[in-house]
Design a protein around this ligand. Sequence first.
Ligand code: WTA
Length: 634
Amino acid sequence: MSDQPSSLHGDVYHPVPEIARQANVPNPELYYKEASEDLEGYWDRRAKELEWYAPWTKVLDDSNKPFFKWFIDGKTNIVLNALDRHVKTWRRNKLALIWEGETGELRTFSYHALNREVTHFSGVLRSMGISKGDRVTIYLPRIPEAWIAMLACAKVGAVHSVVYGGFSVEALHGRIEDSGSRLIITADGGYMGGKIVELKNIVDEALTRTAHPENVIVVRRTGKPVNMEAGRDFWYHELMSLPLTRNASKVETEVMDAEDPLFILYTSGTTGKPKAIVHTHGGYQVGVYATLHDVFDLKEEDRWWCTADPGWITGHSYIVYGPLLNGATSFMYEGGPTYPFPDRWWSMIAKYGINIFYTTPTAIRGLMRFGEAWPNRHDLSTLRLLGSVGEPINPEAWRWFHKNVGKEKCPIMDTWWQTETGAFMITPMPAIPTKPGSATRPYPGVEMDIVDEKGVPVKTGEEGFLVIKKPWPAMMRTIYNDPERYVQTYWSKFPGMYLAGDSARRDEDGYYWIIGRVDDVIKVSGYRLGTAELESAFVSHHAVAETAVIGLPHELKGVAIHAYVILKAGHEPSEALIEELRHHIAHEMGPIAKPERIEFVKSLPKTRSGKIMRRVLKARALGISEGDISTLEE
Ligand code: WTA
């Protein structure tokens, strides 16, 4: 970003005394100290704040690195802590979820009601033969049934694989195929930015490319007619009203081993197809519960709003699981932030009295464009804390957010983490000073470093690879079906260190400043996409012979997709073809993957072994030095 400070000091925003004093963690230094002196002791203490069917015999097993295991022999289920333990207390009457549809409808669920729906739907899953270990693909809009589906899977021990509703045919197909899902849960459609996204049609098309799933459950959201294939497709509301679900109160939460998988979530990496990150019931629940509790300071009476989508890790950890593990009240909104006007979000903060609001730099930059009059005409005085995630936040957006949304009294928690880490890793807490553009310090027990090409720690202020040096409970366990790739991708560049894929600097205060991805991951508007998946979507078009995709800085999106395309013989470059290709990418991958710019070229810079040198393309586009090009053979 243009206004990135050249000095690493940045301005310091001191904690707000009234907020820091009452925080769940009023003295973070004690936590940092406790965890650095006794990592296992720290997590042992935190895990005991949750319920378990049977206690663990050992906190951490690191005998088979990097396949770490946590809470050995512990028996639990994330649903035991997200629902079961609350409905035994007064919290059964507390709101778990307040939901507003884009078209204005309101639905609320107490813990009692959410538990009832989840239990009923667990009965449906069981009756369809879904049991422990089965994979289920969930492809839904931002509606309460996304929560119900995820929690019901967890309750019966099935492994959910949520695919973001903004992904399209080929992205969905690839994820269904790789996961071997037996069931898909989708909707007739969802509302987004004034339009209907026709999810069921996308599912139908994806299913013409695979033989895997036996059944599709369809939630009625829009009421628009959809194709229902007899024997394969079932309406959610019909299944939920069948007599079988009358016995649903008898569906018990499955007792899981702490290390049993809870979900897989596909994410883009350096090369090849998206990989399925595996998270577990035990360690994941502890990490997500503790981080949300400490960082966003959830109080019993708070209303929390995380604007992410359940289809991404932020939604898994901090829309669905984290708030429920904390017994909190969450708000979720279905649609787009500017529909019908650019104050939709601000009006809902006022309407529902939101206390803590967690969003993305892209959203802030997008809303900033419309000017401060929009937030200023709403009463945002209930807000106490703000948060940011997904990409580096440029100080200009940070300050706008701080001034116009937080009215200069709400600290901003800029949280750095990843699909792979499961929970916050570098993050402030309400009682530590913040600096615009820095995610501040590693969370207690998280040991990070910044190293050079040889794995040697760099000096203060120097840029290097961000690495993690000690295991943490919410860490990914492996890549589903591909443990070798797990070792190769994350643990092989620097033995004994987890490679995050980001570059960063650290200042004199030990604060981390994330610069961005150093691999072929592109963070478009905070959405994580991979060049490999994009490129394969391009070459599935009949006119394309070869392509290279890179990310270039973009004022609103942070990073935007640029594609260099070599056409097959017999095809000529034209504006019409550019439009057709953009449409093709949106159809195959999803609208979020639409390239900013497509350029037709005759050749691509490659190494002698035929690898495309995206780094060179990027340097050329930015007009900077191409670096070492000794291996280049164009
Ligand atoms: C980026 C999202 C700077 C980073 C939770 C990371 C951030 C990638 C921040 C993971 C932040 C996330 N500041 N960069 N606060 N948070 N990132 O898996 O590049 O979708 O590696 O998880 O997002 O993206 P993912």
